[in-house]
Design a protein around this ligand. Structure first.
Ligand code: PRP
Length: 181
């Protein structure tokens, strides 16, 4: 608690900084092997993925371009509204390009299904997904994820980019929010 005096309730650690770092190194190696020698567009889904994205791209050892897409479905609470809003679109066309979507979490899968549909309509050469976290029990529709950092249970997690009411994104680990749900 002494390291984080600005939080009233310190989220209980679920995935440590060390484990996150190790897993991102592994994912980076897999992604590097897959796209070696090819140009890649990596899309950060804002806001939640920005920290994972920043760490992941530094572990990918092949040329890449960074793009950003803003999507939101949770508003200020802890349950999805089910309606996805585009808050920022890509700046460049992705037609004919290899595209890797980078997400912090796939929960119900509503956001990712929407994004896959939207981006596949733009005719990329390939379209794959890397998500740091995946909640298989919460999934509402079948979804293929190409790279997953960690599978977790149906619990509300914060930190490492994930928020509750806009807070906790700067926490360096993934934690369980037990008091504010
Ligand atoms: C979170 C997260 C994913 C989405 C996953 O975004 O970053 O984009 O929810 O949930 P789903 O699988 O149930 O659709 P959020 O809407 O909270 O916006 P944020 O990334 O700006 O925090």
């Amino acid at each position: 608690m002494t390291d984080y005096p600005y939080f009233n309730h310190l989220p209980k650690p679920l995935i440590s900084e060390v484990k996150i770092r190790q897993r991102i190194r592994e994912l980076g190696e897999l992604i590097t092997d897959e796209y070696r020698g090819q140009d890649l567009v990596v899309v950060s889904v804002l806001k939640g993925s920005f920290i994972f994205f920043a760490d992941l791209i530094r572990s990918i050892k092949t040329p890449l371009h960074c793009e950003f897409m803003g999507l939101s479905s949770y508003g200020s609470g802890s349950t999805s509204s089910g309606e996805v809003k585009v808050t920022l679109d890509l700046l460049e066309p992705i037609e004919g390009k290899h595209v890797l979507i980078v997400e912090d979490i796939v929960d119900t899968g509503v956001t990712m299904s929407y994004l896959l549909k939207t981006l596949s309509n733009r005719k990329p050469l390939s379209l794959k997904v890397a998500s740091l976290l995946f909640k298989p029990d919460a999934l509402k529709q079948p979804l293929e994820l190409d790279y997953v950092g960690f599978r977790i249970g149906n619990e509300f997690v914060v930190g490492y980019g994930l928020d509750y009411g806009g807070r906790y994104r700067q926490l360096p680990y993934i934690g369980l929010l037990e008091h504010e749900n």
